[in-house]
Design a protein around this ligand. Structure first.
Ligand SMILES: [Zn+2]
Length: 168
């Protein structure tokens, strides 16, 4: 019998350097899965990484990740708008790849400033959904305004605007 295959999330977690920035780790995921065009298929990424995905309504949280079970579980609030669900999903992947595995992360908002881990998970999410190398071509083109680009990438206008600022 062959040894059980190691889940891809664990492979990437083990491959990254301790001081890797969140956007480097996001690029490791995109490279490994050969994703080069928007919209980044974040739901498929969750499954290909070997993570379980649950969608359920909640009045308390927008997303959570439980790394203490095997396979780990990401839960997404199905009441949220699609673009927000996508960003939250990417944010929870970030926790799983970057942060300690001994406890659950529960997010009631993604706007928690001053919390390093939350900021890292947000940086990871923005870099996974809107990597600057993918965004650059659209940003330079005169044919598309920001609303159109947000549509191509399936992200909110606000999230896109923050990422576009890094290009200028
Ligand atoms: Zn978080």
């Amino acid at each position: 019998m062959s040894a059980p295959q190691t889940s891809l999330w664990r492979v990437i977690r083990d491959e990254k350097a301790d001081d890797d920035r969140p956007h480097h780790v996001a690029n490791m995921v995109l490279r490994r899965l050969e994703i080069e065009q928007p919209p980044v298929p974040v739901e498929l990424i969750v499954l290909q990484l070997g993570i379980r995905l649950k969608e359920q309504p909640s009045a308390e949280w927008i997303g959570q990740v439980d790394p203490t079970v095997d396979p780990p579980v990401i839960s997404i609030n199905s009441d949220d708008a699609l673009v927000r669900q996508r960003f939250t999903m990417a944010h929870e992947i970030g926790h799983l790849l970057l942060h300690p595995l001994n406890r659950m992360f529960r997010d009631t908002t993604l706007a928690r400033r001053g919390d390093v881990r939350e900021e890292e998970a947000n940086e990871f999410a923005a870099s996974l959904l809107m990597p600057l190398w993918m965004l650059d071509r659209f940003a330079k083109s005169k044919r598309y305004d920001a609303t159109a680009i947000a549509g191509f990438f399936k992200v909110s206008y606000g999230a896109l605007a923050m990422q576009l600022k890094k290009l200028t």
